[in-house]
Design a protein around this ligand. Structure first.
Ligand code: LUB
Length: 178
């Protein structure tokens, strides 16, 4: 599907003909659904963003502590980035935003906001190490996660992302826990 093409070769190198061929459709049929390649990229990014509230809700229904919820959401994100072409395409398209003439959401800010709110709750429930600033810690978790997923993508096409993220999260959450 189109997400796989965007994930593998990026926005600029992917033509509507490539997409039509991959989908087994005519180019006209693709244009019928998506008038431009940009609208298709926006749809994929929106699909990517749209998947996270469900993941967050599932984790928060598990009755974990705030700190455990933060850790579990990021663990699931690592697996999702490994296995889901829409996540992979969304991650690449958001890096290619300067070359996509369309309104795309600013990445990372929602992640930071979500993790910060969990870490603030963790602070007041005594789970957060004394002196740790929840906002700075949330930014560090997001930078670390997206750095790990990027390097894993470049070096192993994300095959080892779960292992790479596990070693990173162990260190990070060790430093965050009270
Ligand atoms: C927890 C929602 C996170 C949000 O949804 C997907 C995505 C892409 O990186 C986001 C972001 O960067 O903030």
């Amino acid at each position: 599907m189109a997400a796989q093409l965007f994930a593998q070769q990026g926005f600029r190198a992917t033509s509507m003909q490539h997409i039509a061929d991959r989908l087994g459709m005519t180019k006209g049929a693709v244009y019928f659904h998506f008038p431009t390649k940009e609208t298709l990229a926006v749809a994929i990014v929106e699909e990517h963003y749209g998947r996270w509230p469900k993941v967050v809700k599932e984790v928060q229904a598990e009755g974990l502590s705030p700190m455990e919820s933060a850790e579990e959401i990021l663990n699931r994100a690592a697996v999702a980035f490994r296995d889901d072409p829409v996540m992979q395409a969304g991650a690449r398209l958001q890096l290619e935003r300067p070359h996509i003439d369309a309104e795309l959401p600013t990445p990372y800010v929602d992640w930071t906001q979500l993790l910060q709110s969990l870490l603030v709750t963790a602070k007041y429930s005594g789970e957060l190490r004394e002196g740790v600033d929840p906002e700075a810690a949330a930014r560090t978790l997001v930078s670390s996660f997206f750095g790990v997923q990027h390097i894993s993508d470049v070096l192993s096409h994300r095959k080892d992302i779960a292992e790479r993220w596990e070693e990173t999260r162990k260190l990070l959450f060790y430093s965050l826990r009270a």
